[in-house]
Design a protein around this ligand. Structure first.
Ligand SMILES: N[C@@H](CCC(=O)N[C@@H](CS)C(=O)NCC(=O)O)C(=O)O
Length: 319
């Protein structure tokens, strides 16, 4: 039962507490500030957009952090927003930094554990220590640890630092983009966790049924649309992608999301591969780290910590 959280600044080893019905409950994200430009109605934003001022703490394993990495990559913001990548194995000390291949240690705060970053921002913090985290190198504090907000900051305010014309949150379809993000959040993005972390049969069955109903609905929608909002790639597609790319790889077996494979939905699979074939997206995908994190770290779900050999990537990443 590893993993843990901070309680009034003190680390405690603990797994997630289910509700009375055995359902997984995702805790509210606590750092919810925004990086903005002066022109957004806020005259003197607390966190103004500036070149190379912000730092992103991520895990390549995490679907939420992956959203922010994809936007950073598509908008070519790598030189503007520096990054640290935690070790994929989460022990009962939480996320940590290491020199393992494809991990990037914390060159900003020289932390060993991610929780040190949370404590620098709030020495009395109570809550889970999650990725992604957007860190302000000037004020030396956390701006946000909410992936959907960080994604939105990148595609809107940080866009002013980008030379790329891609608009991931176009004004004319903003409502539609937001609606798809919301609609897929509980049943799909959080749904795989609700399925995998359920501790009663009823809670599991409820989560898995709702998940597959929504996947079927999105599959039908994508039979007539290239992307979720027509022919434009938006934030909504990124949010679907980071769950989709982990589905047959991990969620199908580890989280028992096995009513059918993701790749058996023809339009969802086509959408997944369309995105995966984009070089800026492909280079953010680290399949070994994804598998290691879930199977080896989540011992409540997989007590032996054994990481399966399969599935073969060429089988799950085909059109
Ligand atoms: N609301 C957060 C959730 C992030 C989240 O749950 N990240 C996971 C990794 S996939 C994590 O860091 N979990 C550590 C923990 O819960 O202790 C977001 O979307 O940014």
């Amino acid at each position: 039962m590893p993993m843990g959280l901070l309680i009034q600044g003190v680390w405690q080893k603990d797994w997630y507490k289910p509700d009375q019905k055995g359902r997984f409950v995702r805790p509210e994200t606590q750092f919810r500030d925004w990086v903005e430009t002066g022109g957004s109605g806020v005259k003197n934003p607390s966190f103004p957009v500036e070149k190379d001022r912000y730092h992103l703490y991520v895990s390549y394993a995490c679907p939420w952090a992956h959203r922010t990495l994809i936007a950073r990559s598509l908008l070519k913001l790598e030189d503007q927003i520096s990054v640290s990548v935690v070790d994929p194995y989460m022990s009962d000390e939480g996320w940590h930094f290491s020199n393992r291949e494809n991990c990037i240690p914390d060159k900003i705060n020289h932390a060993k554990y991610l929780r040190e970053i949370y404590l620098k921002a709030d020495s009395d913090y109570t809550g889970r220590v999650t990725v992604p985290v957007l860190w302000d190198k000037t004020k030396k504090t956390i701006v946000s640890n909410e992936s959907k907000d960080i994604l939105r900051m990148f595609s809107t305010f940080f866009k002013s630092l980008s030379d790329i014309s891609l608009d991931l949150y176009p004004k004319d379809i903003a409502k539609e983009v937001e609606a798809w993000i919301q609609e897929n959040y509980e049943p799909i993005n959080n749904g795989v966790y609700k399925s995998g972390f359920a501790v009663t049969q009823e809670a599991y069955e409820q989560a898995v049924s709702t998940l597959f109903e929504q996947l079927a609905r999105v599959d039908r929608h994508l039979s007539k649309n290239t992307y979720l909002c027509g022919d434009r790639l938006t934030e909504a597609d990124i949010c679907l992608f980071t769950t989709g790319i982990r589905f047959d790889l991990v969620y199908y077996a580890h989280f028992k999301c096995n009513l059918r494979p993701y790749r058996s939905f023809p339009n969802l699979q086509r959408h997944l591969i369309d995105l995966y074939e984009k070089e800026p997206i492909r280079k953010t995908c680290f399949f070994d780290q994804i598998k290691e994190h879930y199977y080896a770290s989540q011992k409540t779900v997989n007590p032996t910590g054994i990481v399966p050999k399969g599935p073969r990537l060429e089988e799950i990443l085909t059109r």
